[in-house]
Design a protein around this ligand. Sequence first.
Ligand code: NAP
Length: 430
Amino acid sequence: MRHVAIVGSGPAGYYTAETLQKADDIAVDVIDRLPVPYGLIRTGVAPDHQSIKAVSRRYEGTALTDNVRFVGHVSVGTDVTIDELVELYDAVILATGAPNDRPLDIPGAHLPGVIGSAAFVGWYNGHPDFADLDPPLDAPGVVVIGNGNVALDVARILAKTPDEFAGSDIVAHARDALAGSAVRHIQILGRRGPHQIAMTPKELGELGHLERASPRVDPADLPPEGDDALLEPGMRKSVTHLRSFSANPVAKPVTIDFDFFAMPVAIEGDDRVRRVIVERTTLDADLTSHGTGETYALDAGLVVSCIGYQTPPIPGVPYEHGRGRFASDEGRILPGLYAVGWARRGPSGTIGTNKPDGARIGEMVLEDIGRGAGKAGRPGLDALLASRNVTPVTFRDWRRIEEAEVAAALDGRPREKFTSVEAMLAALGR
Ligand code: NAP
């Protein structure tokens, strides 16, 4: 029997498990520190994007195969170390994603009301780490920093009416807070221009259909229309949306302004954030931005920094600090230790990008471990955890948690998520 441990039960973890479980004579343990599986699908993908979340049914298919096991509520680093896992399993695959925000390294970034997207997204998605975030929504101005899809998610969630969350699984605390929100002006800052955005057309197009919010682009920021022909098709579609926003005559009560060539250089306030100081930029020939020296201030009671993510380092595991991911040779970190998904590549691509990645790393691992080295594997982990009084949450347990979440949902919502580990365990009678 060959034994493989995957740390992290998000898309990268389950796509890798999907490939591994097709081999015979293999036992795959998918370990997660939360009692609930699916990582970013549950706590990252926007709650009003249920069709994307539906991919979890595919992971469920993998989780229910005989040779795959979910080992929830087990924290690697606390309940069991990486070294112990490497000792117990033929291969350990880190699929830990990139849950930490890249730091916003400007003066004032520490002020209350300046929040990273990991925390803000986790808050509205019910991640137990961020349930108590309580973001300030009492001022009309919000600044969203970054020109990626996460910035779009954040702006859209801030702009939606309660009715527009119908059918979503946004958690109750966020639903209630957003229903009473005073936010009226959302500024999305991009340090480069419309041709350098990292926003995909579908997500950008959604902003054009919001009930009470209108997206706006300053026509002066747009390059000549003929230049769009040079863009790849997806990007061209995105820029077409921006052009339509620039010609948008509809004024709704909430505005979402795309502020291009705009780099935040300082955040000011007293006991909380009050304004963001922004410097105008221009682009160099290599399309990097530099400041022009011209600055202006934007009033804001909340700043959400959506400038990308990092994988948290693990002591003893080689790490690329500049890129915020594990150092690996195409996925091989050290003998018996691998990385997959964002922990390997960095935080880029869609959920689907993890499918070929997981397949490739799964095949690589199968090739490397051969018939296995007779390691202790599953029984070894169980004995170790029992000796530490750690009781894992099984996949069957998760299904009970899920049933309780579905049963608690009202008004056509798919589920009412538990937002604390205690509540999840209470659903199991623990
Ligand atoms: P991202 O796509 O890498 O975008 C990060 C943005 O932050 C870029 O516009 C970048 O600008 C900007 N930025 C970085 N450092 C900055 C700084 N110091 N000051 C100002 N701006 C800065 O990251 P993301 O939005 O977090 O998304 C992560 C991944 O998840 C992406 O692959 C995304 O497509 C995916 N995602 C997909 C969906 C979906 O498909 N619905 C939803 C959410 C996320 P520069 O270009 O100038 O560096």
